[in-house]
Design a protein. Structure first.
Length: 264
């Protein structure tokens, strides 16, 4: 079981003790989407399909989010090819690759049945992370931390890029140094999302009633994401939904790169 470091715990405690979270009252769950499970805390597997450069950032995000009282993430061998990053029932697959000049830094996708997440992926695009703008630990840490969190139901705390940082990786920013990790409000939101228990579990499950087409589409281009249902003011944070009917859908969170950053 992975846990946050004592230094991170002290930092979270400091935020709570100083009343910092009192100003962060906005709900930032991703709709009502969550993994079904019958007990807390539950353990969610994250398949490692990332490069050795990304391994410490994936491990760090798993450790940081495992500081939650309701959730533990454990990094396991990946089952996907990095290029296609095909989802696996019952877990998250995390992938890194040179996906090309797609415009996006990172993508989180969840497959939904009703309100329950049944599988999820996180993809980070090395075409941009190999540029001078994004090839920095702070950017890698923020994007991995944020995209993994989308895969278990957290949304952004804030989508303004130029305002003051909130000290959370769920806050968009152009200066990520102080937005690399979860903060106390993120953990409070996770507790709210996962307060109730379910009669069945989608965690580590191999059973699903999803239509077969949901597992056949690549979902790696904008044309395959369905309709745009939300966009930040500057268009760099967007949410798409492809609806297959009867409560079955694929939802895609997109973190777009700064258009002034050159892709290589």
């Amino acid at each position: 079981m992975l846990k946050v470091t004592s230094a991170r715990v002290l930092a979270i405690g400091f935020l709570a003790a100083t009343g910092f979270t009192a100003t962060l009252l906005a709900d930032h769950s991703w709709g009502s989407y969550h993994w079904a499970r019958t007990s807390n805390p539950f353990t969610l597997k994250v398949g490692d399909n990332v490069s050795s450069v990304w391994d410490p950032y994936l491990a760090g995000a798993a450790s940081d989010w495992s500081g939650s009282s309701v959730l533990d993430l454990t990094v396991v061998a990946g089952r996907a090819r990095s290029r296609t990053c095909k989802a696996t029932l019952g877990r998250i697959e995390a992938c890194s690759e040179r996906y090309g000049s797609t415009g996006w830094l990172g993508i989180a996708q969840i497959w939904i049945s009703g309100v329950h997440i049944v599988q999820a992926t996180t993809k980070v695009n090395d075409t941009y992370f190999n540029t001078a703008t994004y090839n920095k630990p702070a950017w890698r840490r923020l994007v991995m931390c944020q995209e993994i969190a989308h895969d278990f139901g957290l949304d952004h705390q804030d989508e303004e890029f130029d305002n003051a940082n909130l000290g959370s990786c769920m806050d968009y920013t152009n200066a990520p140094d102080s937005n690399q990790y979860p903060n106390a409000h993120d953990f409070e939101q996770l507790e709210l999302i996962y307060t109730h228990l379910d009669a069945t579990s989608t965690v580590d499950s191999t059973a699903s009633a999803m239509p077969p087409a949901m597992g056949q589409i690549a979902f790696d281009t904008r044309a395959q994401w369905g309709r745009l249902i939300r966009s930040s003011a500057n268009g760099r944070a967007q949410l798409y939904e492809l609806d297959f009917g009867r409560g079955n859908k694929v939802v895609t969170h997109v973190f777009w790169a700064d258009p002034d950053a050159d892709a290589r």
